[in-house]
Structure formats: structure tokens, C-alpha cells
Ligand binder design. Structure first.
Ligand code: ZN
Length: 188
């Protein structure tokens, strides 16, 4: 097992619709193990395959809620049903989101309060999770990665402008950039 380099915004795999997983084999199991290690090292609460340069519809998550319940798993070929999005303005205190592919930056984004994740696990078994609050946010964020959408693509004015400026300032937004958790120290 090894931590994998995390691709930074601008890399084409992050901005394309990922391919369905066709077969669950040893290579896929090894990828998932490496993704868990990468997510823990980053650290992060979710990581999608395109973020480690793999064109596949799967993500991992590991998040502990306020009741000390740990939500940890892998979602392969997921579907996501979301409640209607809230109306209003994102709050910098409670809605600020980050992404390991836009490391060190955070911007507020409104997300649906509820989401139902349906996917299969590494044994090929289907499962679903009814999520609310931050877990619902994680699922929406990771699911978007599989459709080539980053949270910064969804920001409203003025945060969209601030994010574009931050990305330009760091010379991101072009292919070929990555960072390695454990070696490169970038806050998220
Ligand atoms: Zn992300």
C-alpha cells in the first residue's frame, strides 16, 4: 500500500465524466486500499478515483459525525438522490468546503441537506446510506468528482471569482500538477 499523488485542478481526468467500474478484481482492491491510505495521509474525509488519476466511478469516505458514529466505506458505481437544493446564500462559517484537488483553499457552497447514496461495495454487494448534513455534503462532493465537477465549479458569486483568482495565483488550472500526502504539506 502507498499514498498516491493527488491531482490538482486543471488535470483533465478531474474534469471528465468517469467510466463505470466493470469488474471488481485484485487491481481494484489494491487501488481502494491505496485510496484509503491517501485519504488518511492527506488528511481528508473523501477521495474519488479521478483525484488519483484513475478514470473510474468510485470514491472512498471516512468521516465521524457528532454522535461519534464513523462513516467509512467505498462506493462503487454510485447513484445519488438529493433533496432539493436550499435557496439563499452560502455561509462562510457553516458551508465552507474544501477539496484535496484544490488544496489549502476553502469556499462556502450551499448543498442539499439530505442525500441517499446507492452503490456497491468491494464484495459487489449493494448498499444504501441515507445521509444528512455534512455526510450528505461529502457524498454530493465526491459524487460530483465522478461527473468531472469540482465544488469550485458550483460556487456562487462572489466566491466563484475568489476561487478562480486563487487558482490562477497558484498557477493551477493547467494539466500535470499533483501533490503527495506525507511529502508535500498543504493545508486543506
Ligand atoms: Zn474534492
Amino acid at each position: 500500500m502507498a499514498a498516491l499523488p493527488i491531482r490538482i485542478t486543471g488535470e483533465p481526468v478531474l474534469h471528465s465524466v468517469a467510466a463505470e467500474v466493470e469488474v471488481i478484481d485484485d487491481a481494484l482492491r489494491a487501488l481502494v486500499a491505496d485510496m484509503f491510505e491517501t485519504m488518511a495521509a492527506a488528511p481528508g474525509v473523501g477521495l474519488a478515483a479521478p483525484q488519483v488519476g484513475v478514470d473510474a466511478r468510485l470514491f472512498v469516505f471516512d468521516w465521524t459525525d457528532d454522535d461519534a458514529v464513523r462513516w467509512r466505506g467505498v462506493a462503487i458505481n454510485p447513484e445519488l438522490l438529493v433533496s432539493p437544493g436550499p435557496i439563499g446564500e452560502a455561509d462562510e462559517e457553516v458551508d465552507s468546503e474544501g477539496c484535496l484537488s484544490v488544496p489549502g483553499e476553502r469556499f462556502p457552497l450551499l448543498r442539499s441537506e439530505r442525500a441517499v447514496l446507492r452503490a456497491i461495495d468491494l464484495d459487489g454487494e449493494p448498499f444504501d446510506i441515507e445521509a444528512t448534513g455534512w455526510l450528505a455534503r461529502i457524498f454530493q462532493h465526491e459524487y460530483d468528482h465522478l461527473d468531472g465537477v469540482l465544488y469550485v465549479d458550483r460556487l456562487a458569486h462572489p466566491f466563484s471569482k475568489a476561487a478562480a483568482k486563487a487558482i490562477r495565483k497558484r498557477s493551477w488550472g493547467v494539466p500535470g500538477q499533483s501533490w503527495l500526502p506525507g511529502r508535500d504539506h498543504l493545508e486543506d
